[in-house]
Design a protein around this ligand. Structure first.
Ligand SMILES: Cc1ncc(COP(=O)(O)O)c(C=O)c1O
Length: 398
């Protein structure tokens, strides 16, 4: 047994996400001595992204976290004074989802996730909805679709908005329609290791004109001149006659814009996205089929998947065995993250502990993933032969 483990495998979380072709495209763009602050390339990227996703509008920002923040701020403004104060929020997601809820003075209401798709359980969501619920902020984690008909219909009936965080799941589908097109708005991240990258970057997508308008202004300091609509600009111009129309800050916004360089990279990466999604899904299926189901949880919902990384969930919940598992991965140079999205249960993090003040919330599945759920890299140029070796190592761990 130990003999197999002595083989060292170099397996990083991500490899080569910006290739020679991307670098050449960037070099030839820069050689033209172009304007570099947000301009025509940003608009082009937004249009192409909207077309790829299937929404009317998209707003390119400097990170997925900024997309989260602007979205929740825009939601607050969109809802106006309707006194809805709670947002159903995942405990298994990146901290920026929770922070965006908190920083916009909403109370996050947490629901446990399902192991089969890592998204909040619809029955848990239903139990926690009430008159104060402004929205359900659902994260599609690691490429799994987190939606189903019952949830979508229920939210529609109750007139509760759905916001989709698709930062880890570009191209995942529900009923053949891309995740990120079902709610009021959706968020994507283009951080280096994601399905596609702009080095740092993010996108907000929506079909709602007013929501789009709010996001465009919020992305750039809250400046009214950033609105794409004449009627909005005229409204504020008439209302604040004492102000220079170039400098009307309609709300407390920040600068969360990106640049032309990032947009040029995004446009080029988008061309390769569908091909790369196919390769990652092929890798994922091969991985799951070769993993020992007695040792690892493998009953994931595969329909509509756009895999981001291989989930490795230990069936044996023994801390000593877990430590041994980590040692063997390190010894084989298999890079890993424990806790999955955002490091596991957000409620265990110091920034939330101080708010919860010891209040206990039962999040059994999230806690299991926090302690025994890992992910390792899956990238388009990963060879099946290497995946086989990785599985051999994983399957030989006792
Ligand atoms: C689910 C989720 N939401 C939001 C983010 C934040 O994206 P960024 O790192 O681009 O700020 C991430 C980051 O990986 C994420 O996984």
């Amino acid at each position: 047994m130990i003999k197999k483990l002595s083989k060292k495998l170099n397996h990083p979380l991500m490899s080569n996400n910006i290739d020679k072709d991307d670098r050449n495209v960037l070099i030839s763009f820069l050689k033209k001595n172009p304007r570099l602050t947000a301009s025509s390339k940003v608009l082009e990227f937004e249009k192409k992204w909207s077309k790829w996703l299937g929404t009317k509008y998209s707003i390119f920002v400097n990170s997925g976290s900024s997309a989260n923040f602007i979205t929740i701020r825009a939601l607050k403004l969109y809802l106006g004074n309707n006194k809805k104060s709670e947002i159903i929020t995942p405990p298994l997601t990146w901290n920026s989802d929770v922070v965006s809820v908190l920083e916009n003075s909403y109370k996050p209401i947490f629901c446990d996730v399902r192991l089969s798709n890592l998204a909040m359980d619809k029955n848990e969501i239903k139990k926690k909805l009430n008159k104060k619920t402004a929205a359900v902020f659902l994260s599609h984690i690691q490429g799994f679709n987190g939606l189903d008909d019952q949830l979508i219909k229920f939210l529609k009936k109750k007139k509760i908005y759905l916001i989709e965080d698709v930062c880890e799941s570009h191209g995942a589908k529900y009923k053949n329609k891309k995740c990120g097109t079902f709610g009021l708005a959706s968020n994507f991240s283009f951080y280096y290791a994601h399905h596609m990258t702009t080095i740092e970057g993010g996108m907000i997508s929506t079909n709602n004109k007013k929501f789009y308008d709010l996001c465009c202004m919020l992305r750039a300091h809250g400046l009214v001149r950033e609105s794409k609509f004449k009627e909005t600009r005229n409204f504020y111009k008439k209302k604040y006659k004492d102000l220079n129309e170039e400098f009307i800050f309609f709300e407390n916004g920040f600068n969360m814009r990106s640049t032309e360089i990032n947009a040029v990279l995004g446009i080029n990466q988008l061309k390769k996205l569908d091909r790369n999604i196919k390769l990652r899904n092929r890798n994922f299926k091969f991985f799951i089929n070769n993993l020992d189901e007695k040792k690892y949880f493998t009953k994931f919902e595969l329909t509509g998947i756009s895999n981001y990384a291989f989930p490795v969930f230990l069936n044996n919940t023994d801390i000593k065995k877990r430590d041994k598992f980590e040692k063997i991965l390190k010894r084989n140079f298999i890079e890993f993250r424990r806790g999955n999205a955002g490091g596991g249960n957000q409620l265990r993090q110091p920034y939330l502990r101080k708010i919860l003040k010891g209040k206990k919330i039962n999040l059994k599945n999230t806690d299991y993933i926090h302690k025994y759920g890992y992910y390792i890299g899956n990238y388009p140029d990963l060879k099946l032969s290497k995946i086989k070796k990785i599985c051999e190592i994983l399957n030989s761990i006792n």
